[in-house]
Design a protein around this ligand. Structure first.
Ligand SMILES: [Zn+2]
Length: 101
C-alpha cells in the first residue's frame, strides 16, 4: 500500500473520474480507500422505528486503490509513488519531481 490517510488522490476510473479528494480511511485488507463526498451512492432505507424515517440516503462506497492516482503535494501532478531507502528509513517519493512526499 503506497497510499496513506490524508493523501490527496484523483479518481481515474468510474463515475467520479477526474474528481479529487483526501483519503479518509484505508482498508489495507481489501486495498480500498474512502474519500469523503466521493463515489457516493443512493441507498433506499425502510422505516426503522420512530425518528428514523424511510427514504433515500447517500452513502460513500470504498474505492479500490487501483482506481485512484496519487496527487503529489509538491508538484500537484497525478503521479506514482516510489520509495528510496536512506540509512535508517524508507522514504516515499514522487516519481515525477523526485521530492519526498
Ligand atoms: Zn511531484
Amino acid at each position: 500500500m503506497k497510499l496513506k490517510k490524508g493523501d490527496e488522490v484523483m479518481i481515474v476510473q468510474g463515475k467520479d473520474r477526474g474528481r479529487k479528494g483526501k483519503i479518509e480511511e484505508i482498508d489495507v485488507k481489501k486495498d480500498t480507500i474512502l474519500l469523503p463526498g466521493l463515489n457516493v451512492y443512493k441507498r433506499h432505507v425502510k422505516k426503522q422505528g420512530e425518528g428514523r424515517p424511510s427514504g433515500i440516503i447517500d452513502f460513500p462506497r470504498n474505492l479500490p486503490i487501483n482506481r485512484v492516482q496519487l496527487i503529489c503535494p509538491k508538484c500537484q501532478k497525478p503521479t506514482r509513488a516510489g520509495y528510496v531507502m536512506s540509512e535508517k528509513d524508507k522514504h516515499r517519493i514522487c516519481k515525477k519531481c523526485q521530492q519526498m512526499i
